[in-house]
Design a protein around this ligand. Sequence first.
Ligand SMILES: C[S@@+](CC[C@H](N)C(=O)[O-])C[C@H]1O[C@@H](n2cnc3c(N)ncnc32)[C@H](O)[C@@H]1O
Length: 228
Amino acid sequence: MSRKAYRMVQKTDVVVGYRTYVDLLEEVISSDQEIFSTGMKGEVERAEKAIEFSGNGKDVAVVSSGDPGVYGMAGLIVELVEKRGLGIEPKIVPGITSASAAAASLGAPLTNDFAAVSLSDLLTPWKKIKERLAGAAEGDFVTALYNPRSKKRKEQIEIARKIFLRHRNPKTPVGIVRSAKRGKEEKTIVVLDTMLEPEIDMLTTVIIGNSRTYVAGDTMVTPRGYEL
Ligand SMILES: C[S@@+](CC[C@H](N)C(=O)[O-])C[C@H]1O[C@@H](n2cnc3c(N)ncnc32)[C@H](O)[C@@H]1O
């Protein structure tokens, strides 16, 4: 969390969020604060409830993991407020997105141009995701894959790997970080060829290096371009 987010969550009357994330805030939230949490896919319900609380004069914190503006709740709240002409001004407090958290654990893989692609096709058509993967691969962007594989959605990461193999060396380093900076972090550095061997799930961020990314010891680094 950013320090500002930590302080903001402590100050509000109500905290709204996905159950798992609210549980992670145990040390931040006090018993005086009201909690509204739901399970997965309850985003619209949570946003509407937050707006309702706000309309009743309460200060509300809507929490996401990482950064709320990166595949998080910020966009949904802003869209709903704007579409309904509610006249509320949501404050978006930045956090630390998984790509940054995972990169810090791996070394410095994002030191040059990078792209982020979510492999979840719940809200974006799979055809569009494949086009974006191809663009990132062809453009030699280091690429952070969010939502890489779920229990039901296993094929997308395999297709993503094939798309990258069309443009990148099979020995390109790939960093895989699970639960980055959450205590039970697991990380591994493999190569594009073998990137499907380690366990990858919805708590994981995968970072595929660019043509210049290399591994030094147990770190993965993408040169910025300095002559050393
Ligand atoms: C819906 S996105 C939310 C992203 C979040 N707003 C952010 O900025 O990191 C969920 C995906 O983020 C990634 N993620 C979230 N927390 C993570 C963590 N602690 N370690 C690794 N990946 C994480 C995973 O790829 C997960 O499937």
